[in-house]
Design a protein around this ligand. Structure first.
Ligand code: NAD
Ligand code: GLY
Length: 358
């Protein structure tokens, strides 16, 4: 059993990670919550699998749960769905001492989290992440948001949960592609923070091998995220390291209109790109990109994605980290250690020729 504590003064909370934890979420939550009503938000794929376990556990702890289900998929992370959740919560008579439980992947976590942050100017939030990505990244650290037509995550805030409860057994029902998506973020932690984690992942040949030790892996990742968030809760410096691989990753997601590649697939190729560019600019030891490429391939992710120069140019111009033609780019000083550097967009483009780095 693993329990971590995220230390953020009065916003501190625990992350509980163990098999069977979902069935104990009521008893765990009862230790930190105040109110009686428990609004469980889930999606149409996760609810049939896990909502009963959660509702039963909440009832067993003396809470009065009700379930709100949204359609599975990123399209639910939108203002219209958020407004519908507010109305449904109000219709159920939620008060400021009641709690929202986000049961699902990052979509539900971000959407229900933002609903909790804004309902009645803020009600308590418990994250119950059920994807690998949500367990190692989105359920910890307090970023909650919805997408706007103008872009992803454009309306949101920082809102820390009161508790995170993750159950490694929920990962067994993930489709391979969704599991691999989360592996990209796991590999990222190894790259930026923990060379031993990276080497451990290199020794795991496939999903089954990862699954055998997944609780240790997810706990190691949460512990890294904990340290980053404790030092930079509001994303003003250190937390930007979590964007390793995301600059080119976003280029690919945009170039393919968010349809062809998952976020994790785009980030996997983006991490290899960031290492290659780092090698070319002298920030990163040679051979690093090849090791990352081999690792992401082993875990079902692409090490390269093709994009045309016009797409790359356009996406870099729109990058949120773009300031006067230069971007905050995360480079590896070596595996396990990262730093940000400002890089001119032209420098990136000068090394990008027809989908290859030269
Ligand atoms: P997701 O929530 O859409 O889940 C992926 C798919 O898996 C969905 O169809 C879902 O229904 C299904 N699913 C979830 N758990 C399952 C289970 N245990 N068994 C079977 N199916 C299951 O996607 P995601 O990858 O978890 O999250 C992506 C979202 O997270 C994006 O919106 C992204 O912006 C956000 N995100 C947020 C943060 C943050 O810090 N807040 C960080 C990274 C990503
Ligand atoms: N997923 C990036 C962050 O939480 O900052």
């Amino acid at each position: 059993m693993a329990t971590l504590r995220v230390n953020l003064q009065e916003r501190s909370y625990e992350i509980v990670n163990r098999p069977g934890a979902l069935g104990q979420c009521g008893a765990l939550a009862a230790q930190v919550l105040r109110g009686r009503l428990a609004c469980v938000v889930s999606d149409s794929r996760v609810a049939p699998l896990y909502a009963d376990t959660v509702l039963e556990s909440l009832r067993g702890a003396g809470l009065e749960p009700f379930l709100l289900t949204v359609s599975a998929g990123e399209q639910s992370k939108c203002p219209a769905q958020l407004a519908q959740l507010w109305e449904q919560m109000a219709a159920h008579g939620m008060t400021r001492s009641d709690t929202v439980f986000a049961l699902g992947g990052g979509v539900v976590g971000d959407l229900a989290g933002f609903a909790a942050a804004t309902m009645l100017r803020g009600v308590d939030l418990v994250q119950l992440p059920t994807t690998l990505l949500a367990q190692v990244d989105s359920s910890v650290g307090g970023k909650v948001a919805v997408d706007l037509r103008a872009g992803k995550n454009l309306a949101g805030c920082f809102y820390q949960p009161k508790l995170v409860v993750m159950d490694p057994e929920t990962l067994n029902t993930l489709p391979d592609r969704v599991f691999a998506d989360g592996m990209a973020e796991v590999v990222k932690y190894g790259c930026i923070w923990d060379e031993a984690l990276f080497a451990r992942l290199e020794a795991l040949p496939d999903r089954a091998a990862v699954t055998a030790v997944v609780e240790e892996i997810t706990t190691a990742c949460c512990d890294i995220k904990r340290q980053v968030v404790e030092q930079d809760e509001h994303d003003l410096g250190l937390r930007m390291l979590l964007n390793f691989g995301h600059t080119m990753g976003h280029v690919y997601e945009k170039a393919y209109r968010y349809e062809t590649y998952t976020h994790g697939e785009a980030v996997a190729a983006g991490m290899v790109d960031a290492a290659r560019l780092g090698e070319l600019l002298g920030h990163t030891p040679s051979g690093t990109a090849e090791r990352i490429a081999a690792l992401v391939r082993r875990h079902g992710l692409p090490a390269a994605i093709h994009a045309g120069r016009a797409d790359v140019e356009a996406a870099l111009r729109l990058d949120k980290k773009n300031l006067e033609g230069a971007l905050h780019f995360v480079f590896l000083e070596r595996l396990g250690r990262a730093r940000t550097e400002r890089v001119a967009r032209e420098t990136i483009l000068a090394h990008w020729r027809d989908g290859a780095w030269t």
